[in-house]
Design a protein around this ligand. Sequence first.
Ligand code: NDP
Length: 319
Amino acid sequence: MEKERVIIIGSGPAGLTAAIYAARANLRPLVLAGGLYGGQLMLTTEVENFPGFPAGILGPDLMATFREQAERFGARIFDVDATSVDFAGRPLVVRTDDAAYETQTAIVATGASARWLGVPGEELLRGRGVSTCATCDGAFFKEKHIVVAGGGDSAMEEALFLTRFGRRVTVVHRRDSLRASKIMAERAMANPVIDFIWNTVVERVLGNEHVTGLRLRNVLDESLYDFDCDALFVAVGHTPNTAIFRGRLDLDELGYIRSPDGTTTSAEGVFVAGDVFDHRYRQAITAAGSGCRAAMDAERYLEALDFAAPAPTNVAARR
Ligand code: NDP
């Protein structure tokens, strides 16, 4: 089995930026991109806040440029999922359904997935009024009526951010009290643009071309009614994509990979980048930045390994 220098697991902005840097350092990285490469940006429409694209760019188009740039410098990108890892011994081992790869270093950049409500209409209208990212899509709803579903810190943060655009922001929450921290809850409740509908869940997203309203259900009396609005921001939490690392890397209580310094992990030679450890910023640009850092740290780690390794000349030749 040929030993890799760097295997990158994941192909969002973090993974592919790590691939660009590792490839330019002549490490010929192998990227296990997942069945659907590109990460969460493949689910968005217009990206207007990625520097370098003043006119905006479609999420999938942006990821195609990342991929092209990584491949140009020699990254090998396989559209397969990593299915298990063994980070306990040397070399590290990463497996897919069909193969096992030995590697000196690994960069984990598997991201996080926004949770959806799973109601009719939600998927159909994604990118046409339904979103999980106010920072990405809020500006499309200037002077509109926006609904945010959820009652945690993310929902409050999204609602507060969306008041910059919407003429009205309604938070729909399934209970009668918020999960959000007191300070965030108070800030949202004090904002005159934000109102709340309690004990209520979204049953269906209404609209054909774009969101025109929601069918809501009051969970106390089970009454159903239609509610006009122009957008639904779903903020019911994220799930880090760390199932295959459980028991292999230290995870925090929410399942995110723990990293003391933002690149290293509990396993030697294993580095981390992007939303799989960073649930604070969750932006393409911050993920890309952390991918760069992980690749540079992996490169330095390999340099130190090469330096420490015995010289390749054998004893007989030296005599
Ligand atoms: P949370 O898990 O904290 O909150 C999720 C919210 O969505 C809860 O109110 C939950 O309701 C609701 N919910 C979950 N599933 C459904 C569903 N199917 N239908 C309707 N509602 C649903 O996730 P967050 O993303 O808000 O936060 C994650 C972590 O990140 C937290 O620790 C948070 O503090 C932190 N964070 C901090 C921020 C900050 O400090 N600025 C900003 C954003 C996040 P219920 O309450 O009934 O369970």
